[in-house]
Write a protein that binds this ligand. Sequence first.
Ligand SMILES: Cc1cc2nc3c(=O)[nH]c(=O)nc-3n(C[C@H](O)[C@H](O)[C@H](O)COP(=O)(O)OP(=O)(O)OC[C@H]3O[C@@H](n4cnc5c(N)ncnc54)[C@H](O)[C@@H]3O)c2cc1C
Length: 459
Amino acid sequence: MNDVIIAGCGPVGALLAAELRLHDVRVLVLERQAEPVSYARIVSLHTRSLELLAMRGLLDRLLPHGRRRPAGAYFAGIDKPAPAGLDSPYAFLLGIPQPVLVRLLEEHAIALGAQVRKECAVTGVEQDDLGVTVTLDSGEQKRSRWLVGCDGGHSTVRKRLGIGFPGEPSRHETLMGELAVAEPPSGVPDKRIDIRPVGGGFFRVIVPAGPTVTATIEDFRHQLRAIAGTDFGVHSPRWTSRFGDATRLASSYRAGRVLLAGDAAHIHPPAGGQGLNLGLQDAVNLGWKLAAQVRGWAPGTLLDTYETERRPVAADVLDNTRAQVALQSDEPGARALRRLVTELMDFDEVNRFLLGRTTATDIRYDFGTSGDLIGRRLPDVAVSGTNLYSLLHHGRGLLLDRTGNLSRGAWSNRVDLLADPSAALDAPAVLLRPDGHVAWTGDDQRDLDDHLSRWFGPS
Ligand SMILES: Cc1cc2nc3c(=O)[nH]c(=O)nc-3n(C[C@H](O)[C@H](O)[C@H](O)COP(=O)(O)OP(=O)(O)OC[C@H]3O[C@@H](n4cnc5c(N)ncnc54)[C@H](O)[C@@H]3O)c2cc1C
C-alpha cells in the first residue's frame, strides 16, 4: 500500500511529492493530463518561494529557465522599486513558464523516488479508519494511508469530501492565449485589450471574455471585434485559456485522512501573481508534517498545524487580491484610491509592508510562544563558510548553535546540528523547522528539549 496518494501533478502536487520523498514516504501521484500544456502563462515566483526552492537546492536549476525582474510589491499593478536593504539574497521576481516549472518539479520528485502516473483522473474517494480508497476514471482502485488533493481549483477530492468552498463567484472572465496576429495594433487599441509579442512570431493576447464558456479562436475574434472593431487577423493559437476572478477558501483543509493543498484549497484572481506561490508554500509546510505522521513520530497535533498555519495565510492573500482588484476598477472612487495608494507607496514603510505581503516574507506563524524570531522565516544567513539554506536540502530540522553548548540529544535522526559561534544570528541558538521557520531561540538545554519534542516528537 502507498503511504500517500497525491491527486494532481501540478506545481503543488509535484513539490509535495518531493518533500515527502525526502522522508522516504511511499508516494504515488495521479495526474489526469498526459503532459502540461507545452506553452502557457509565465508565472512569477516571489522571494519566499525562491527561498524555499533554494532551501531544497532547486533554485539553481530553475534560474536558467526564467527571467529575473527587480523586487517590488507590484501591488495592483503599481510598479514601485523595492526599498533598499531587503534581507534576502533572493529579493527578485522570477518569471518562468508554468509548464517548465512543473516539469522540473516533477523530474525532481521522480528522481527522489516518487511514482507519477499520467492520464488517470481521480473520480472517487472513500475513507475508513485505516486508509483511503481512490477510484480512477478507468474504474481501477488504489489504496493509501493518506490522500492529498492537489487537483486544482475544481478539485474532485474537495468535492467528493463535501468540503465547502465558500467565497465570491467569478464576475469577470478573461481570455488569454498566444496567437499569431496578421495585423498587430500599433498602439494600445483599448485599455481592456493587451496584445504584445512573445517571440517566435506569436503574440500574447488578453481580452475580456464574452458569455460563452469556451476559449476558441472564434471567441477571441468575436471579443476583439466587439471591443476594438477588428480582430487584428488573429489565427493559429499556440494555446488559449480562460480564467475568472472567483475568490474562495476551503472551509477546512483536512477531513480525516484526506488533506487539500494549493488551488484545491484556495482560489483568487491572479493579481500580484500569488496563487502558485501560496501553493508551493503549502506543500513545504505540509510535507514534513505528513511525513512525520506516516513515519509515526508526529506529535499529536502536528498535522493539524498545517491548517491552523496555512489557512489564515491564504485568507490574507485572498483579501489582498480583493483589495488589488478593487484598486484596478475604473470607478472614479477606486481611481482616486489608486492614486492615493500610489503616493503612499513612496513611503518605504508602506512599500516594505506591501512587499512583505505579496512576497510572503512577512509570514509569522503563531506558535503560542514569545520571541522576536519565533514563527518567522530566517533569511539565508552566512554560516561556517557556507549559507544556511544549503543545510536544509534534506528537509530535516536544524539546530544552529552559537554557544557550542547545546545538543540535539536523542533527536539526531530528525534534526541536524551546526555549532558556529560566528553565525549571523540575533539569538544564541535557533531551532529551525524543515520549512525554515524558527521554532525556538535561546540557550537553555531543557527548554530546547521541550521544543524538540513539541516539533519532532518524543525522543
Ligand atoms: C492568468 C493567470 C496568471 C497567473 N499568474 C500567477 C503568478 O504569476 N504567480 C502565481 O503564484 N500564480 C499565478 N497564477 C495562479 C497559478 O497558476 C495557480 O495558483 C497554480 O497553477 C496552482 O497550482 P496547483 O498545483 O494547486 O493546481 P493546478 O496548477 O491547477 O494543477 C492541478 C493538477 O491536477 C490535475 N487534476 C485535476 N483534476 C484531477 C483529477 N481529478 N485527478 C487527477 N489529476 C487532476 C490537473 O490536470 C493539474 O495538472 C496565475 C493564474 C492565472 C489564471
